[in-house]
Design a protein around this ligand. Structure first.
Ligand code: 475
Length: 818
């Protein structure tokens, strides 16, 4: 023990010296004049040195063992902060904390200096970040490929209850984690024409002659796994003009014209599209997609060939995962590279393409399905458009050869949609060009088979498979909730940290122990106080930490039904006022989330949450029984504070519409009870956790489908419920908007006339489930028993489990040393 302690002291001293050296020589400051941000940078750079050492070891190992590599192509990586993540996975968290404390610096304070890397909108982007961490932890040789957006997801500011979007500026103080690699750069073409060249014999050759060329420059961020098992690379591309300045034009006095090309080229990596679950549909978006796909494919093929490998062995050495259809143009670009550049014969190229690519679908919402006008594609990517036509024609030929002539079927699987002004369907392109197509929960995958891809599924029944999402426990338990982690380790042992999937189960018997439940509840109190402190500081609202913290945090979208939660809030408010004698359980309703800038209905829902909050929070007749807060600017860092503090997790989407959900898993892992519909991964959660330990309510996906075939006028549902009618009427008549009583008339009338997401239809079931929540809260023994069981039974939702399934079923890769 003494020896170990001496070693730890040694480490602290060494790390302290490293921090001081970074502060002095990399930041250019002395302890005497350093600001918090300077300290943050010094510590990050010190940690980065350690990353680099392991990084080199890892890449040497991969080369030596000729491992198959995984490439995860994603337009979004919603990373958040990296300091604690990196220190923790390096095993340096305590060392860094102690070193800083000896230097008189508060670790928590400098940790807050790091901006979130918000290069994503929501679930899809955060999943990519969890996967990167899991792949490193599992020793899988993987690269993430994406765009280094200069501006990530907008900063949400709430002014008078309305969302405003402000430019996000995460790079203002530089980014200590990344390495710019100016020598790793590729040309990306746009536009122009296609030359027909005489090929060998009968086979014509084609060459794309773009009329616009820009450059993609690589920026590498190391991604370290748990206990620095391995270090992978996230390679993000920045767009640059070929030439910084047109000198001739400048000299002729045209100062703006001289840099116009630069502005146009660099706009590609300027900003993340803020639409989530809606298709963006603009030329710049298609440019972003092609830009990062082309750079990534050129890069990975160059790496493959550098290892003296033949292009024909690509699928043996390389697996490329397409995160949704955003990178689906990869199908055509890989074909172009193989046929036009590497001169492979078409069908050989097609075989390699399909064997290399696989595609994950994240949503069935029709408004999210990507398609591009043929005219735009022809103008921007003329050779790719030809290739898409050819793929389509050969595919239809192959079906006809199998005696498949059904016109409707051929129409539905076509890559070209002829009904809406000729568009390229990116989902169909991704399906046809991939050997594996996966959904993200069991229900979602089954619905994929029955809906969007039903015809493809009939033709290729072996292609669609399920990979239920998961979350990384390192970030979403160990880092975000160290108090709970300590309690769990105390109960089931250290093994929890290395093998949580199996070890969490050992917690089950502790649910029956009163003393453990008490500690579990005490830990929650601690987390709730921290959140209450944040809310007080940021919003000046004080919260009762003895109340149920009832939380819905996610993108604002009608299908996620924040409106259902708000209707319950209003109904509860009215019930509490009308019936003060009832022993109501005290509640705090917590909302957070961003709305797409152009999504008016979602922005109105944010305003409504704020209007309700303003009215309810000051009503003295409630005696503090109910509070409502909408916390602005939801992001990864805020989630890390909110989730550990939740008692109740709201997962209430219209069944059949949430592909999986991932915050549902994070909440359950931290011991919150879920109130939710049988949607997405909630279904599998209820199988693992037990329905008796959740509050499941509402229509099933099947019932939703049946109800939606009738008209969606809700008069009957509303007439049947005085409570619902009362809540709707209060909102409609301006009780919460006295400054503008008509504000919600359209919203409520719309809901009554056409309730697309069945808010009214599910209201009564939701209300009843919420009363069960109150009842359980009144019997703390039972509540905390269920809470402990939630944590104990959520091990299966680790993204390590998900990634192992991808590795085995889709990528056919093992970890280093496996
Ligand atoms: C699902 N984003 C969740 C999560 O699988 C699921 C769409 C278009 C453009 C930009 N972003 C998007 C999504 O579709 C998205 O985030 N989907 C989400 O993926 C991970 O858990 O249910 O809604």
């Amino acid at each position: 023990m003494a020896e170990e302690a001496a070693k730890a002291t040694d480490h602290v001293e060494t790390f302290k010296q490293l921090i001081l050296a970074k502060l002095r020589y990399a930041v250019g400051k002395d302890p005497g004049n350093a600001f918090d941000h300077d300290w943050f940078e010094a510590v990050a750079l010190a940690a980065r040195d350690h990353l680099v050492d392991h990084w080199e070891d890892a890449s040497l190992q991969v080369d030596r063992q000729d491992q198959k590599r995984v490439y995860y192509l994603s337009l979004e990586f919603l990373i958040g902060r990296l300091l604690v993540d990196n220190l923790s996975n390096l095993g340096l968290l305590d060392t860094a904390r102690e070193a800083l404390s000896q230097l008189g610096v508060d670790f928590e304070q400098i940790r807050d200096m790091e901006p979130d890397a918000a290069l994503g909108n929501g679930g899809l982007g955060r999943l990519a970040a969890c996967f990167m961490e899991s792949m490193a932890s599992l020793n899988i040789a993987a690269h993430g490929y994406g765009i280094r957006y200069e501006h990530g997801l907008f900063r949400q500011v709430v002014v008078d209850g309305w969302q405003q979007e402000h430019t996000e500026t995460w790079l203002d103080f530089g980014n200590p984690w990344e390495f710019e690699r100016p020598e790793v750069s590729y040309r990306i073409g746009f536009g122009g024409s296609v030359a027909n060249l005489a090929g060998s014999g009968e086979v014509p050759r084609h060459e794309w002659l773009p009329n616009e060329q820009i450059r993609a420059i690589a920026y590498d961020t190391p991604v370290v796994g748990w206990r620095h098992s391995s270090v992978n690379t996230l390679r993000l591309w920045r767009a640059r003009a070929e030439e910084d300045l047109k000198l001739e034009r400048f000299n002729a006095g045209d100062h703006f014209g001289a840099v116009a090309d630069v502005v146009k080229a660099e706009s590609i990596s300027r900003v993340l599209y803020p639409a989530d679950s809606t298709e963006a549909g603009q030329e710049l978006r298609l440019r972003q997609e092609f830009f990062f796909v082309s750079a990534s494919l050129q890069d990975l093929i160059a790496r493959h060939l550098e290892l003296n490998l033949d292009i024909h062995s690509l699928p043996d050495r390389v697996a490329i995962q397409l995160n949704d259809t955003h990178p689906a143009i990869a199908v055509a670009e890989l074909m172009r590279l193989l046929v036009d550049v590497y001169r492979l014969e078409w069908f050989e190229a097609w075989k390699l393409t399909v064997a290399t690519l696989s595609y994950t679908n994240h949503t069935l919402l029709p408004e999210a399905l990507e398609s591009w006008p043929v005219s735009l594609m022809e103008r921007l990517l003329p050779r790719h458009m030809q290739i898409i036509y050819l793929i389509n024609a050969y595919h239809i030929d192959s079906l006809r050869a199998k005696e498949i002539h059904d016109f409707e079927l051929l129409r539905s699987i076509s890559l070209i949609d002829e009904d809406n002004g000729r568009r390229v369907r990116m989902g169909n392109l991704a399906f046809l060009g991939s050997h594996s197509i996966n959904g993200v929960s069991s229900l979602h995958t089954n619905l994929m088979r029955k809906s969007v891809f039903s015809d493809f599924h009939r033709l290729y029944p072996e292609r669609i498979n399920n990979k239920t999402n998961g979350v990384t426990f390192r970030r979403w338990l160990y880092q975000s909730n160290p108090q709970l982690t300590e309690l769990l380790v105390g109960a089931v042992g250290d093994e929890l940290l290395d093998n949580p999937e199996a070890t969490l189960r050992k917690l089950e018997p502790f649910a029956a122990k009163a003393s453990f439940r008490k500690q579990f509840a005490a830990q929650r109190q601690h987390a709730k106080r921290e959140l209450a402190e944040l809310v007080r500081e940021r919003m000046g609202i004080s919260l009762d930490t003895q109340a149920i913290f009832d939380v819905q945090v996610k993108r604002i979208h009608e299908y996620k039904r924040q409106l259902l939660n708000l209707l319950h809030t209003v109904a509860l408010y009215q019930a509490m006022r009308n019936d003060p004698a009832t022993d109501w359980a005290p509640r705090v309703k917590i909302f957070a989330g961003k709305a797409a800038a152009s999504y008016h209905q979602a922005k109105l829902i944010i305003k409504l949450a704020n209007d309700i909050s303003r009215t309810i929070n000051v009503d003295p007749t409630l005696r503090g029984l109910l509070k409502v807060v909408f916390i602005p600017n939801y992001n990864v860092s805020l989630a890390e504070v909110i989730i550990p503090a939740a008692d109740l997790s709201e997962q209430i989407s219209t069944a059949g519409l949430e592909a999986s959900g991932t915050s549902n898993m994070k909440f359950a892992l931290n011991g919150a009870l879920t109130i939710g519909t049988l949607d997405g991964a909630n279904v599998e959660m209820s199988e693992q956790i037990g329905r008796e330990n959740m509050f499941i309510f509402g229509m099933t996906a099947q019932q939703v489908a049946a109800r939606s075939r009738r008209d969606l006028n809700m008069s009957a549902e509303v007439a049947a419920s005085e409570r619902l009618a009362g809540a709707l009427e209060a909102i409609r008549s301006g009780v919460f908007s006295p400054d503008d009583p008509g504000r919600y008339v359209g919203l409520i009338d719309g809901l009554l006339a056409h309730d697309r997401f069945l808010v009214c239809a599910d209201f009564q079931a939701y209300w009843d489930a919420q009363r069960k929540v109150d009842m359980l809260w009144r019997t703390p023994d039972r509540w905390w028993q269920a809470a402990v069981l939630n944590t104990a039974r959520t091990g299966w939702f680790s993204s390590d489990r998900t990634i192992r399934e991808y590795a085995k079923d889709i990528w056919k890769v093992g970890g280093i040393g496996d």
